[in-house]
Ligand binder design. Sequence first.
Ligand code: GAR
Length: 200
Amino acid sequence: MPTSSKDKAIRLAIFASGGGSNAEQIIRYFAQHASISVRLIISNKRTAKVLEHAKNHDIPSLVIRKKQLSDPTVLINSLTAAGITHIVLAGFLLLVPKALIKAFPDKILNIHPSLLPKYGGKGMYGMHVHRAVYENQESVSGMTIHLVNEEYDKGKVLFQQETTLDPSDTPERIAAKVLTLEHRHYARVIEQFILKDLNI
Ligand code: GAR
């Protein structure tokens, strides 16, 4: 008998604030996976497109208010009730509270659209990163997948991939190049990290 998604041992919650194109890729990648399933989508924006992806894929979603992150007890309870084992940040732009990191130690992954430690830290997200890369006339940019700790973009790096930039690349073009890399690698790196970590 095929394993139903309810029986899968590893249950992901994806946190996303916006477009959710990475979330969508991750949902698709794990849709038929033997041991990993996406079980919950959480967003801090009621209008975030990621909530549509959740609906389209029949995945429960939750909208949280920024305030709920300063006392994340309710949020942690919701994650526990859904049996969540790992959290994946995919364009989630708020700082993850310490209590959540304590509740999921080394079980929260993030993707960042630069080659960290370059262009990381507070205020460095999305197009802000790509504009800074453009203004500094960098010849390469890329993406980083890392574990989340208590500081923005400072957790252990799991994977990086770079892309060459052309002097004619606009910030939008840089963003598109980096996003392509993100879509290509994020789900696979999540899978490899978790299965290795759990010795599966
Ligand atoms: C991605 O490029 C991701 O790396 C970035 O937001 C974008 C979300 O795109 N995350 C950050 O900047 C976090 N500091 P998406 O919503 O289409 O997946």
